[in-house]
Design a protein around this ligand. Structure first.
Ligand code: IMP
Ligand code: MG
Length: 175
């Protein structure tokens, strides 16, 4: 069993400030036409971040990727769906996920989006865990950087729970 940390790791206010900074930085540095969000974890982040991009012609779509099942450890097997519906030929994509952990998910997704004809793919995550990278992959735009630990809230889940909480919390093992 897990319990939540006593205090949020990042409050809703701190998250909104970071999302605004990130949005402004991305808008200054990357001219893209398509957002691809990674369900389910990024749904809150995408909806907040996308409102910092002023162009009216940016398209938003989502793919689904899952590797966790019901635990806090990745199974290592990535299941990707909703990819077939995307038309990415010649597009400049901003790929958005909630968190970069081992790096396997985003590394694989960037390859898949390029295989579908995307001209350029840059990635953005709200959080990265520094201690856990297993592949040589760096996100182009990163909000918070944490050492390690399992975090929930603001879209991030544990076995499907905690996603709707506005702050981000650390989940600790009870024994
Ligand atoms: P990676 O492939 O190991 O980089 O894992 C990235 C994916 O695992 C993210 O899209 C998240 O859905 C999930 N994930 C990794 N760490 C956490 C966490 O601390 N809390 C919730 N989900 C996580
Ligand atoms: Mg995910």
């Amino acid at each position: 069993m897990y319990k939540m940390s006593l205090m949020p790791l990042f409050t809703a206010e701190a998250i909104q400030e970071m999302v605004q900074l990130l949005g402004e930085k991305i808008a200054r540095n990357y001219k893209f036409d398509t957002i691809v969000g990674v369900l389910t974890g990024s749904f809150v982040f995408v909806s907040d971040l996308c409102r910092h991009f002023p162009n009216k012609d940016i398209k938003v779509s989502f793919i689904r990727a899952s590797s966790y099942g019901d635990s806090t450890e990745s199974s290592g097997q990535l299941k990707v769906s909703l990819l077939d519906e995307l038309d990415l030929k010649g597009k400049k994509v901003l790929l958005i996920d909630d968190i970069l952990d081992t790096g396997r998910t985003l590394q694989k997704l960037v390859d898949l989006l390029k295989e579908k004809g995307a001209d350029e793919v840059r990635s953005c995550v709200l959080l990265e865990k520094r201690a856990r990278r297993e592949v040589d992959y760096k996100a182009d735009f990163v909000g918070f950087s944490i050492e390690d630990g399992f975090v929930v809230g603001y879209g991030l889940d544990c076995a499907g729970e905690y996603r709707t909480m506005p702050d981000i919390w650390t989940l600790e093992s009870e024994n």
